[in-house]
Design a protein around this ligand. Structure first.
Ligand code: GTP
Ligand code: ZN
Length: 340
């Protein structure tokens, strides 16, 4: 069983958190519904009832099932969040325990360093390892310049250029989604996420011969949220993953712009805005040609956006806590009533 759990992504990080009895089954969450959780256990799929508010679970989470009841999520290794769409922004958990975030961009029109930096900052905040996937390599003469531009952004970063329509090329992504490893893809519409995912999971393109697929009943067994790859790993693909915005990425911004934050620490004034202040180490670096003025501008923009988002997210964390408390109290009242 332990082997099977490992292929689901169970690691010592999770094992340490529980003393497993015979009637307790570690379960990886594959879908979160209003009052039900779908999951995968060592021996198959299950449907569980949550013991915490549904909003506190995410696809990719690990819970412990006792009978049909799911525990609260175990401590995550990583968590991807976003601001929900609309006026009132609540932090929304998109996915948990994603090992690698594949940032997908194409080698042509979509390639944009500022956008990559945003995704990298988000990746840093989530705790995932970044992998930049440059698609449509077949449409440009030389990919090396794109790879260089991407890899320059962070020492943690690997960039791979592929033709997403080529099986051998896509197979180069398998180290990030085998041995129980979980990969999730982000990127603009049309960059090739679906094309890559279909190849990694061995599914034919949805644009091809859907009828044949239906006849085999494959659609009914396909789980869109957490899908097995052909190489023994996992892909998380939820509608939320496709609409990610920067949330709470302060830590991430520091990772990506470490050079600027290091410089800023050397400014004469603590609250230096790097505009006209004397003794500004950031401006000195620009004048000396050590720092790109555009990069400073991108940092400012990201910082501003991030500060705005973080404030609203902070308020909403408190809201989540109150929600959980209300939920627990309601549950206790219900249980007390039933006892009477
Ligand atoms: N030539 C070439 N075409 C590609 C490549 N990757 C994707 N495409 C094509 O680009 C189009 C968009 O690809 P998708 O995989 O649907 O893109 P997506 O990122 O999933 O887009 P959304 O579903 O809108 O988020 C399709 O027609 C693909 O066949 C590539 O590496 N090379
Ligand atoms: Zn300064």
């Amino acid at each position: 069983m332990t082997d099977t759990l490992a292929t689901l992504g169970w690691t010592p990080h999770f094992a340490r958190q529980v003393d497993l009895d015979d009637d307790m089954a570690p379960t990886r969450i594959t879908a979160v519904h209003r009052s039900r959780l779908d999951g995968l256990q060592a021996y198959g799929t299950v449907s569980l009832s949550p013991t915490a508010a549904a909003g506190l679970y995410a696809v990719g989470d690990w819970v412990i099932a006792t009978g049909a009841a799911a525990s609260e999520p175990l401590d995550r290794t990583t968590a991807i969040t976003r601001r929900a769409a609309g006026e009132e922004s609540k932090p929304q958990l998109i996915a948990a325990n994603v090992d690698t975030l594949g940032i997908v961009t194409s080698c042509n029109a979509d390639f944009n360093v500022a956008r990559l930096e945003r995704y990298l900052a988000m990746c840093g905040a989530s705790g995932c390892m970044p992998l930049v996937i440059l698609t449509k390599a077949d449409l440009v003469d030389d990919v090396s310049d794109y790879i260089r531009q991407a890899e320059r952004l962070s020492p943690l970063l690997t960039a791979i250029a592929i033709n997403a329509k080529d099986d051998e090329d896509v197979a180069r992504l398998s180290p990030w989604c085998s041995n129980g490893q979980t990969l999730a893809l982000v990127g603009s519409s049309g960059v090739g996420k679906t094309t890559i995912q279909n190849r990694l999971t061995g599914q034919i393109d949805t644009t091809q011969d859907i009828r044949e697929d239906d006849a085999k009943g494959r659609h009914t067994t396909t789980n869109r949220n957490l899908r097995a790859t052909t190489t023994g790993g996992w892909l998380i693909d939820t509608p939320g993953m496709r609409e990610l915005r920067l949330v709470d990425a302060e830590e991430g911004v520091e990772d990506v712009f470490g050079d600027i934050t290091d410089l800023a620490a050397q400014c004469k004034f603590n609250d230096c805005a790097h505009q006209t202040e004397p003794g500004c180490a950031v401006r000195a670096a620009i004048e000396a040609g050590d720092l790109d003025a555009d990069r400073l501008e991108r940092w400012r923009k990201l910082e501003r956006e991030n500060r705005f988002n973080t404030a609203t997210v902070g308020e909403n964390r408190a809201h989540m806590k109150r929600l959980q408390k209300m939920y627990n109290e309601g549950k206790e009242r219900g249980a007390a009533k039933r006892r009477r």
